[in-house]
Design a protein around this ligand. Structure first.
Ligand SMILES: Cc1cn([C@H]2C[C@H](O)[C@@H](COP(=O)(O)OP(=O)(O)O[C@H]3O[C@H](C)C(=O)[C@H](O)[C@H]3O)O2)c(=O)[nH]c1=O
Length: 183
């Protein structure tokens, strides 16, 4: 497995070593020792999540203002455009975003650190999205950042005549200027 840096140093792309043969493939989707050695991170994942979404769904951008979660995200079926936004006011990358295409065929994962808003847009007919979190879900702590804030200007791969399928909660996402942010 190797960790690949992105335009925001704390966001990492994880590329596992995949063993293919005539039966198919095998890879270790997570190995704490290997992950820690490759990333230098000391993580303790406490929750595994799995969501399935149809084409055109955009989930996010979400974060927990208290008990912020680090997330290790991947796609096991289909394809998504996955986005992390740095919402730490003290960060030199504040307000910047990283987009990574995650697919069942590229096996890629993204490490989304605490302090980031996270979301994804579904490119395939359906997508199964799996992720580990470093802290527990607490609904009262959850916040939504607007997916289409022009100040963040995420280049979502959405055709101009398309509108993403988003939840009511995400319709009400706060702009970066109005959102509760991290120090
Ligand atoms: C996140 C979560 C949700 N739920 C329940 C709450 C709702 O009844 C239902 C759907 O929740 P929600 O619409 O918030 O699900 P997503 O829109 O996929 O939320 C996720 O979307 C983006 C991509 C993220 O990065 C977050 O991890 C997470 O907020 O699952 C739980 O029971 N536990 C959980 O950890």
């Amino acid at each position: 497995m190797r960790a690949v840096s992105t335009s925001i140093p704390d966001v990492l792309i994880i590329e596992p070593k995949v063993f293919g043969d005539s039966r198919g493939f095998f890879f270790e989707s997570f190995n704490l020792k290997v992950f820690s050695q490759a990333t230098g991170l000391d993580v303790n994942f406490v929750q595994d999540n799995h969501s399935r979404s149809v084409k055109g769904v955009l989930r996010g951008l979400h974060y927990q203002i208290r008990q912020p979660q680090g997330k290790l995200v991947r796609v096991v079926r289909g394809a998504v455009f996955d986005v992390s936004v740095d919402i730490r006011k003290s960060s030199p990358n504040f307000g910047q975003w990283v987009g990574v295409e995650l697919t069942e065929d590229n096996y890629r994962q993204v490490w989304v650190p605490p302090g980031f808003a996270h979301g994804f847009y579904v490119l395939s007919d359906s997508a199964d999205f799996l992720y580990k979190t470093t802290d527990y879900y607490v609904p009262d702590f959850e916040r939504s950042l607007a997916w289409n804030d022009p100040k963040v200007a995420i280049a979502w791969p959405i055709d101009n005549d398309e509108q993403p399928i988003i939840s009511i909660k995400d319709e009400l996402g706060a702009s970066l200027a109005d959102a509760e942010l991290f120090a």
